[in-house]
Ligand binder design. Structure first.
Ligand SMILES: Cc1cc2nc3c(=O)[nH]c(=O)nc-3n(C[C@H](O)[C@H](O)[C@H](O)COP(=O)(O)OP(=O)(O)OC[C@H]3O[C@@H](n4cnc5c(N)ncnc54)[C@H](O)[C@@H]3O)c2cc1C
Length: 340
């Protein structure tokens, strides 16, 4: 059985590894235009935390994010934290707008809602007005370290990588592939003509601040966040719907710097390492489902779509990859494709 995974971001590479682990005899090839360290996830801090998921079913968010959390925990506990870029951090997620208790709070360690007293104290300390918030402990899993680790792993299992732009998924059927897994993120807007995919621009800055071992995220009018990584700290951020501009906007730089210094004044002492802007693959909901297409060569070309993870690709990647494997099992059974 020949499987083509299109896309080498955190969604495509995890899907490829999960499929190869589940079906070791299948031939797995990853096609992509862009590889690490230039994918969307590479620019992110890789914090576990559901964000920008529009109308995705909250039960699915909990299911996928829980599986991913356990997967990160395994890396962290088994001595592979440095290689995979996994750290464990205390986090505040604070709301400056209307607040509702997040459904995923049961997934993280020590998740609890903040009391009125704590909110008052934090509002005073951070010079803003919080309406609600939670405190918890969770992982960051940095794609810039995770992706090379997973790619090496896939190669060791005889998986292949091909740098190529795909313009028609059916073409892969003509080339003899039986299954295509579409993990093209924002690229699905063009590749499968999905009009519901839209960019949600995010700009961030990396600074040197090794003492910043606490994460704070503000939701609402500020949208500032501070997320420590292993070699740097990520300061954010912006959330700009429909904005395709990946250049650095100086007024965003100013508001990121001022907002993060308001929360942690010691950031004034941090040197700036780099700045980056990327597009979160926004969609009305994550698309994780199969579709059967026919091409001249393959009457039953199984396509499994896995894209539109918004601001949560890292958070959901492994849970979604396992869901791809589950769909693949179902499809092989329904279509009796294992006999191909
Ligand atoms: C500023 C910012 C901060 C973020 N922070 C976090 C965070 O802390 N935690 C978190 O969980 N998420 C975060 N995210 C979101 C996360 O980065 C994305 O959800 C995730 O990277 C999406 O992964 P992906 O693999 O779907 O897409 P991408 O990483 O964009 O990869 C898409 C892949 O598909 C390929 N491709 C596309 N079209 C084609 C084609 N036609 N032919 C061949 N190849 C194609 C590309 O070349 C690429 O390899 C952040 C995003 C931004 C912008």
């Amino acid at each position: 059985m020949r499987v083509a995974v299109v896309g080498a971001g955190v969604i495509g590479v995890t899907a490829a590894v999960a499929v190869k682990e589940a079906f070791p005899t299948f031939e797995v090839t990853v096609f992509a235009e862009i590889f690490t360290p230039h994918t969307t996830g590479d620019g992110s801090a890789g914090l576990w935390g559901p964000f920008v998921l529009a109308d995705t079913d909250p039960r699915k968010i909990v299911e996928w994010s829980l599986l991913t959390h356990k997967w990160m925990k395994n890396f962290w506990k088994s001595g592979r934290a440095a290689e995979t870029g996994v750290s464990l951090l205390p986090c505040y997620r604070l709301s400056c707008k209307s607040y509702t208790k997040p459904e995923w709070l049961s997934v993280v360690y020590g998740g609890c809602e903040l009391t009125e007293k704590e909110l008052k104290r934090l509002s005073k300390a951070n010079k803003t007005e919080y309406t609600g918030g939670v405190h918890f402990v969770t992982f960051t899993c940095e794609p810039v370290k995770l992706l090379p680790y997973l790619m090496k792993k896939l190669e060791s299992m005889n998986g292949q990588f091909v740098q190529r732009k795909i313009t028609d998924l059916k073409q892969l059927g003509e080339e003899g592939f039986d299954i295509v897994i579409n993990c093209t993120g924002f690229g699905s807007k063009e590749l499968v003509g999905d009009k519901s995919v839209s960019p949600v621009r995010g700009q961030v800055m990396r600074v040197k601040g090794p003492w910043l071992l606490e994460c704070t995220l503000e939701e609402g009018h500020h949208g500032n966040y501070v997320i420590p990584n292993i070699d740097s700290t990520v300061l954010g951020g912006t959330y700009q719907e429909g904005d395709y501009d990946c250049s650095i906007n100086p007024s965003d730089t100013k508001s990121i710097k001022e907002g993060c210094e308001r929360i942690y004044p010691s950031i004034k002492k941090c040197g700036i390492i780099s700045e980056w802007a990327g597009l979160r693959p926004g969609r009305v909901q994550v698309r994780l489902e199969s579709e059967i297409m026919s091409s001249l060569k393959k009457k039953d070309l199984v396509i499994i779509h896995n894209y539109g993870h918004g601001g949560s690709g890292v958070t959901l990647c492994w849970g979604c990859a396992l869901n791809v494997v589950e769909i693949l099992h179902q499809q092989l059974k329904i279509k009796n494709l294992s006999k191909l």
